[in-house]
Design a protein around this ligand. Structure first.
Ligand code: UGA
Length: 416
């Protein structure tokens, strides 16, 4: 247990203990981040959320970190001012609030826009006003479709990475028409990113003017100027674009996890199908591709951002694993193979079935064809490289799904 050991940043400077406010910290990502911070650092966390099921294990009486975690049951989409006391006590605010299940974008479009943009605005404003560092969660979804998706299937340029690899400071954000409600999340996240960048730019102009004034005065009054001081005036921010992070505690299993209803993301959908012995449903044949990143690898990246503000501030980072690309059809077949092993059943017990997107999600769905993150920026700034292969991720996570849910699913199925 290393919470008392000194920690050093990438520059070799000693890191001071921080208080970190996790807004919506009871979620999948928040739960893993809390675990990491509590187990491996001396930082404190203030978790604000209405859900505790994914973090309740951290409050076990025998846990050695009970004096470093506090939970506040606050619905952060209500009065944003309710968050202020917690943000005030913190050195960094990490805003994890998000509606990020595609099935919700069609059916809860307004909630998606409110949650992913409007509710985040007061947090950005507060951090700017009070000079608090902000780590804002965005989404890989801001990139939308790849340029390559507009070429014919057999076009040779489809093989050129320029047409599909997504690069923070170069790739366009290509969203579908407004009628396709699928893009509500991407659009809202893009807008919050642009608001944050706008703050920084505005502040920079302001800082620049102050700096000019300060230098003029310094020269006149023979005062020495300290250039680093000027950084104090801008909004210190880092934006995170997660690319399909998966691992234990992701989303929920419909009908089993308390009140959570609806359609979760693909890994949880396929898990639910496997647990119930249903066919895994491939939307539009399962041709869309994703790159999956292990949550624990992603958490390493987040900790590097937290502890290295000099390297992380002012950037939007792709956080994903470009080596783990699969089509949804390939993912389904891999999950069947791994789950058969984990559960001791023959793979022939499981199957896939094609479904139309309209039947699965309703009208207004659209899709991102591919999502390969460019890793240049995060590697250059933070030296981060994702390590875990898709096979390993599936083995660990499907074992967790089986151990956590198989009995409950059997029970629920026998009752109905
Ligand atoms: C979602 C969110 O929209 C993003 O904001 C978020 O960043 C991303 O997840 C993430 O996890 O990082 P997406 O990858 O499209 O984006 O969400 P999924 O629901 O996991 O869908 C992935 C693909 O699987 C889609 O092509 C979907 O149509 C397909 N799918 C989903 C199936 O074929 N079957 C299912 O049962 C569920």
């Amino acid at each position: 247990f290393s919470s008392t050991m000194a920690r050093f940043n990438l520059e070799g400077d000693e890191i001071k203990p921080l208080t970190i406010c996790l807004i919506s910290g009871g979620c999948f990502i928040g739960s893993h981040l809390c675990e990491k911070i509590l187990a491996d650092t001396f930082h404190k966390v203030i978790v604000v959320d209405v859900y505790t099921d994914k973090i309740i294990h951290l409050f076990n009486r025998s846990s050695p970190w009970l004096d470093r975690i506090v939970f506040h049951n606050v619905d952060n989409n209500a009065e944003s001012s309710r968050l202020e006391p917690f943000m005030q006590k913190s050195d960094i605010i990490i805003n994890l609030t998000s509606i990020n299940h595609p099935a919700d974008y069609n059916t809860r479009t307004m909630d998606t826009i409110y949650c992913n943009f409007i509710d985040a605005v007061p947090v950005v404003r507060y951090c700017t006003r009070k000079k608090k560092r902000l780590i804002q969660f965005s989404s890989c979804e801001v990139y939308g479709k790849t340029i390559g998706s507009f070429l014919t299937e057999d076009h040779p340029l489809r093989e050129d990475p320029k047409f599909y690899v997504l690069k923070e400071d170069e790739s366009p954000c290509i969203l579908g028409p407004t009628e396709k409600k699928r893009w509500a999340n991407a659009c809202a996240k893009q807008l919050i990113e642009r608001l944050i960048y706008g703050r920084e730019v505005n502040c920079s102009i302001y800082v620049f003017l102050l700096f000019v004034l300060f230098v003029t005065l310094s020269l006149t009054l023979h005062l020495s100027s300290n250039a680093a001081e000027s950084a104090k005036f801008g909004l210190e921010f880092t934006i995170v674009r997660p690319f399909n992070w998966i691992g234990p505690r992701i989303d929920y299993i419909p009908g089993i996890d308390g009140e959570r209803r609806g359609v979760p993301r693909v890994f949880a959908c396929f898990s639910s199908n496997l647990l119930r012995g249903e066919s895994l449903e491939l939307v539009e044949g399962g041709h869309s591709k994703r790159t999956f990143c292990y949550i624990k690898d992603a958490i390493e990246a987040l900790l590097l951002m937290i502890e290295n503000p000099e390297k992380a501030n002012g950037h939007s980072f792709n956080v994903g694993n470009p080596n783990n690309e699969v089509s949804m059809k390939e993912l389904a077949n891999l999950m069947i193979e791994v789950y058969a092993n984990v559960s001791g059943q023959p793979a022939s017990n499981f199957s896939t079935v094609d479904v139309s997107s309209e039947d699965f999600y309703g009208i207004g769905y659209d899709d991102c064809d591919r999502r390969i993150p460019d890793m240049t920026l995060i590697h250059r700034q933070l030296g981060w490289i994702p390590m875990t292969s898709l096979q390993e991720i599936l083995e660990v996570t499907l074992r967790y799904q089986h151990e956590t849910y198989s009995e409950a699913v059997k029970h629920a199925t026998s009752e109905s």
